[in-house]
Design a binder for this molecule. Structure first.
Ligand code: ADE
Length: 249
């Protein structure tokens, strides 16, 4: 996937792009990221990219011209209309399901805003507006990194073991259950016996049940949307009975 990031702070992205899985994905040619400095498209000698809001009020607003021209540059570089995503707290909520859908795109252009907001006309450029949560950050850079990271994990080959993106929390609408590694006992805390048995069917059943239990306990809202099989519903009933027993004890 070709990714363009339009930002006033390209240097913020370099450590993220040059570390760990994103670095490896770039080296393997699975994603190509181009950082575009919006300031390079400013018109005046001072490289102004923001201005006072019409009608008054606090803060500055990002001017439309540099962002429009930066997107036009991307279109020329790409050779077709880019898919433009504006990062803003007013956007659609970015979720795992959205990330999975975006991973199918050939290209993605993330526009990270700064200052108090965008001139409204910048929104006409966007195919989508995304928010990473109900809080306001100082800019769209961290949200752009979040989107890039979460989307990359769904691009085939980016994760060493392709299964891991499938089994992660949220990928099937449920939270991931507990995981253990060696040693089998640490400071009196034991790994559940079933995981040490080598009985794959029993392990799978235990994992599914643990995932359902964790979702029920921490995010019951997710269960309403999750795609549950007949067996899942049976396991969930078992979990609910166990929990009832635990509260009575
Ligand atoms: N810019 C500032 N806060 C943001 C948020 N929560 N999501 C996306 N972009 C933002």
């Amino acid at each position: 996937m070709k990714v363009y990031i339009l930002t006033l702070f390209p240097e913020m992205f370099r450590p993220v792009l040059e570390s760990s899985i994103l670095k490896r994905a770039r080296e393997r040619g699975l994603i190509a990221v181009t950082l575009v400095n919006i300031r390079d498209f400013a018109h005046d000698a001072h490289k102004t990219v923001d201005d006072y809001p019409y009608g008054g009020g606090p803060g500055m607003v990002m001017k439309p011209e540099p962002v429009y021209e930066a997107v036009e540059w991307v279109e020329k570089d790409l050779g077709r209309k880019p898919y433009v995503i504006l990062l803003t707290p007013q956007g659609q909520k970015f979720t795992g399901a959205v990330a999975r859908r975006l991973a199918c795109l050939r290209d993605m252009t993330l526009v990270a805003g700064h200052y108090e907001g965008f001139d409204e006309r910048i929104r006409y450029l966007a195919d989508a507006e995304m928010s990473i949560g109900d809080y306001v950050l100082t800019g769209g850079e961290l949200p752009a990194m979040v989107v890039l990271d979460a989307v990359s994990r769904f691009i085939p080959g980016v994760l060493g073991d392709e299964e891991s993106a499938m089994e992660d929390s949220f990928s099937d609408g449920l939270l991931e259950g507990p995981q253990y590694t060696r040693p089998p006992e640490y400071r009196g805390m034991r790994v559940p016996d079933v995981l040490l048995t080598g009985d794959h069917r029993a392990v799978e059943r235990w994992r599914r049940k643990a995932s359902l239990r964790r979702t029920l306990e921490r995010r019951p809202d997710l269960l309403k949307e999750a795609c549950l099989t007949y067996e899942d519903r049976r396991l969930l009933e078992e979990v609910m009975k166990e929990r009832q027993k635990e509260t009575q004890e």
